[in-house]
Design a protein around this ligand. Sequence first.
Ligand SMILES: Nc1ncnc2c1ncn2[C@@H]1O[C@H](COP(=O)(O)OP(=O)(O)O)[C@@H](O)[C@H]1O
Ligand SMILES: O=C(O)[C@@H](O)C(=O)COP(=O)(O)O
Length: 404
Amino acid sequence: MPEIGVLADDFTGATDIATAYASRGYRPVVLTDPAGEAGADADVVVAALKTRTAPVEEAVAVSLAAFDRLRALGCERFVFKYCSTFDSTDRGNIGPVLDALVDRTGARHVVVVPAFPANGRTVYQGQLFVGDQLLENSPMRHHPLTPMTRSRLAEILRPQTRQSVGEIHLDVVRAGKLREAIDAAAERYLVLDVITDEDLVAIAEATAGDVLVSGGAGLALGAPAGGSDPAQAWEAPAGRRLVVCGSASARTREQVAYAAAHGQPMLRLDVPGLAERPEEVVQSSLDWFERQDPASAPVIYSVGEPGDVRSGPETAARTEKALAAIVSGAVRRGVTRCIVAGGETSGAVVGRLGIAALRIGSPIAPGVCWAEGVTGEGDRVALALKSGNFGEPGMFATAWEVLR
Ligand SMILES: Nc1ncnc2c1ncn2[C@@H]1O[C@H](COP(=O)(O)OP(=O)(O)O)[C@@H](O)[C@H]1O
Ligand SMILES: O=C(O)[C@@H](O)C(=O)COP(=O)(O)O
């Protein structure tokens, strides 16, 4: 029977926190279709949602439905997983989803912990840093869907919620009386400072009895050790490889540049062409893929440099749809192993493939792992759903090595 239910607001976030739980000795399963089955041995069930940029009402409805499903599966403690860079806007839905989950669970306090030190996300004096930069000065400032122009988390969250938001700073997190500080706080949501993994352990210990916590995969990294073998490698299906990138993030652009410099076949998706002739663009991309050396790992990407990002509300959705159609076509042409860069993009790809659940396999980098699913047509595929800003620059070439 699962104990922990996670609502992840995008698909890369879902495999990010699932791989963190696996590294702590838990047996997570990621449900990419809320109606999917968790399996008998899962102790953590992660519901992968595509709500990060959804309108508030839709995000709340989808999250509550997933919460009810997790509770029906037996989960008793819940994690609302959002991005380690707190991706949202004033009209964003982290606040409204939290409010709705508070109503459902009756939680008196909910911690807000996006920090993920291994990936450079830390919180100090309530401000989120990416490496040595404040969030607002980091490349997240230019994200096509959720540009982050402030760094103080309480200031980002307050306009989104009807609840009060406070902060608990590092000296208190480290003083050994964090539970008392949380209980004494007047505010409902509490932004916690975190600089190291030890701080995450202190937070996990202090909140072990909380019905609801919120944050990034760091919440799982601090969790007490579970009972199973962390190495859950499975045999990857034989077949062709493909990398698709719908992420405009700085790290993905570095990975694209690295792959190009190291001889991987590269195709830049014709994003402007999608407006007029989407099917033709998808078909010509698949024709290009078929012409590549079957032993290679071709890369199809939509942003090589920041100037490639096209504005317009339809462009992002069109690009996601095209990349999803390309992966689906490529799977029909023998692809069994695929890296997908970008959270929204990953949601579109997994949805199009008709995969209901993902089993977690070998870790690739902090926050990134191989995951296995079965498509609606019955094909077994290995996917690495990579957050835009995660992974080493060379991972499009090296990630395959950890796949058995
Ligand atoms: N050239 C482009 N112009 C405009 N939007 C794009 C372009 N390429 C990708 N996008 C969109 O940008 C969004 C990137 O979000 P996502 O896939 O979550 O990446 P990340 O993980 O970096 O946030 C997607 O909706 C994608 O379709
Ligand atoms: O917490 C994180 O940073 C990731 O798990 C995450 O949510 C990634 O989102 P994208 O960068 O949009 O892939």
